[in-house]
Design a protein around this ligand. Structure first.
Ligand SMILES: [Zn+2]
Ligand SMILES: [Zn+2]
Length: 336
């Protein structure tokens, strides 16, 4: 992993063309020359990966070998497919751009400032006594399916956030359809990786139940041949796996149930916590992002089109050295 902090690691020559990910001002980490990105705190990903791999290895080495011999060879095949699926969805969740919205360019910042200044001047002229200067609020309103939504201004990214976007303080980025920041997988969960996150938690829950059922089957089959005490002694690996699976089920199982509810409602964790679409606070507070039914919402989240990344991480930008310093600032970056 290479850091994106311009001041600490990137020292391009004056007038040098450089990959955009190398000068991106957020805290995200990039790897393989900008092809993949994740949060700055990605250690949770390796813990998660180690837990999946160690439990899986124990399962395949002991229980699967016994059950394939005594019951059917289909058991390790099903387990293997689930295991590969879990690893794939975990890696996709961690390494995919969650939907980061690029910061405003200096030209866009100037344009927004100009618009706000004009708005302030017009409002000031309308002020009755002229003794104060009216400051226009830094938000805009949009209407979606008859419901008015407020777009707040992000002072860090210098832009109005689109509906459902939020600024992640850990990654220091605005993320589209922001769900939450997940330290467990080491990434923000947003528009572009929510599907993989959901599939990861649901498939891990299914895998835990599958492994637990196999553990019980191994102990029962062994106890039929000897006795219960000896069966437990011979199945120490199964007992350890069972304990790990029950522990995992209490966290990841609950997460899978909660996110199944959110998927069916087409809602994010962020919106659910804030009560954005709750009819308790506002009557007839409909969710304008719902597709009409739980089934359609599930289909859209799981099988809907994948949105393109807005970041253009591997594109080039022209970097100029700020005169009189050895540092590069946003103003010194010309986007090409
Ligand atoms: Zn922001
Ligand atoms: Zn984040």
């Amino acid at each position: 992993m290479e850091s994106t902090r311009v001041h600490s690691t990137v020292k391009p020559m004056e007038g040098q063309l450089i990959r955009k990910w190398k000068v991106y001002p957020g805290r995200s980490k990039f790897c393989w020359n900008g092809r993949f990105m994740c949060a700055p705190d990605y250690s949770g990903f390796f813990c998660c990966l180690a837990l999946v791999v160690v439990t899986g290895a124990l399962f395949f080495a002991r229980d699967c070998e016994y059950l394939a011999r005594e019951v059917t060879p289909a058991i390790p095949v099903i387990g293997g497919l689930l295991f590969i699926f879990i690893l794939g969805t975990l890696c996709r969740t961690t390494l995919t751009d969650p939907g980061v919205i690029p910061r405003a360019t200096p030209e866009e910042v100037l344009d927004i400032e100009k618009q706000m200044t004009e708005q302030n001047q017009n409002s000031s002229q309308d002020a009755a006594n002229g003794t104060y200067v009216y400051q226009a609020p830094r938000y805009k309103e949009v209407e979606i399916k008859g419901r008015k939504l407020k777009l707040t201004f992000c002072h860090t990214c210098q832009m109005f956030r689109p509906p459902r976007a939020s600024h992640c303080s850990r990654c220091n980025n605005c993320v589209e359809r922001f769900d939450h920041h997940c330290p467990m997988v080491g990434n923000c969960i947003g528009k572009r990786n929510y599907r993989y996150f959901y599939l990861f938690v649901t498939s891990t829950t299914i895998m835990c139940l599958y492994v637990l059922a196999c553990n019980v089957a191994v102990i029962v089959l062994r106890s039929l041949k000897t006795n219960v005490g000896d069966a437990f002694k011979e199945s120490i690996a199964s007992v350890i796996e069972g304990v790990v699976c029950i522990g995992s089920l209490t966290s990841v199982g609950g997460l899978a149930c909660y996110h199944s509810y959110l998927v069916a409602m087409e809602m994010t964790t962020n919106e659910d916590i804030k009560g954005s679409h709750s009819s308790k606070r506002i009557k007839d507070n409909i969710n304008p992002f719902s597709h009409g039914s739980c089934f359609k919402n599930c289909c859209f989240i799981i099988c809907g089109p994948q949105h393109p990344s807005l970041m253009d991480r591997r594109g080039f930008t022209y970097v100029q050295e700020t005169p009189g310093t050895n540092q590069h600032t946003n103003d010194g970056i010309q986007h090409v």
